[in-house]
Design a protein around this ligand. Sequence first.
Ligand SMILES: [Fe+2]
Ligand SMILES: [Fe+2]
Length: 304
Amino acid sequence: MFTLAHLSDIHLSPMPRAKRRDLLSKRMLGYVNWHRGRKLVHRREILDLLTRDLVERKPDHIAVTGDLVNLGLPEEFIRAAEWLHHLGPPAHVTAIPGNHDAYVRLHPESGTGRWQPYMRSNAPGELLMPTPPTLFPFVRRFDDIAIVALSSAIPTAPFIAAGKVGSLQRTLLAEALARLGREGLFRVVLIHHPPLPGQASWARGLRDAGRTTRILKQNGVELVLHGHNHEQTVRELPTASGTAIIVGAPSASEAVEGRIPAARYNEYAIARNGSGWHVEMTGRSVAGAAEHVWECERVVLRER
Ligand SMILES: [Fe+2]
Ligand SMILES: [Fe+2]
């Protein structure tokens, strides 16, 4: 059995103090928004409770699906790298960027490049599917499990939180899924934006959701993990190789009593079952004034 934990949209707080020149961009609006309300929503103590619980449970692997930072300030990327390090070593943790991690164009070295060790293939994954020069998708393999990590993060105009996989990544995704399927592996796709058409509005959604979903359907996938909507959702997608499960996780730091669903991460226990797979999902959650994390859900997502 393999256990894979998934958390998303940590929107790390507190916000570092911003220099005036850093705010001469789209960041200014975000900075005002943050201090008007978002800082009350994304709470560090909530994230720390979930992080501690997650680390103590020692899953085999941890996936983080983007929106680690808020305004893309260089200092935020450094702090998020420290948080990732606290979660586990790069061999143990896979991260992908979200729209907030591409808030403004930054030189990779002062942006997501700081998370590079967490955003690259491992040797068995590289053997299956070499990483393209554009870095995504990359593949990590752990025995029978293969993770295909996509980036849907693109810089956008203010008030737009859309994403895009793009034609190159879609082509490589198709190739990767087909190849991993032939190897009989359990395929997990990581993407920040919800992949199905209609799961988010035009201003917030994946621009090529239809075309990306078609790739998933044609080539098959077992599990797709995403964030972005800050909401727990479970969807099914019929594919050429059986039904895929698509799960969106809430924000791991967003827990305001009575207003917003509990902050949560999910843990998947994945085991071979005859010619198929058995997958059980356990939700671990914390809300409002609570000072502990509890098991809020346990459900078998597929039997075989
Ligand atoms: Fe988010
Ligand atoms: Fe997002």
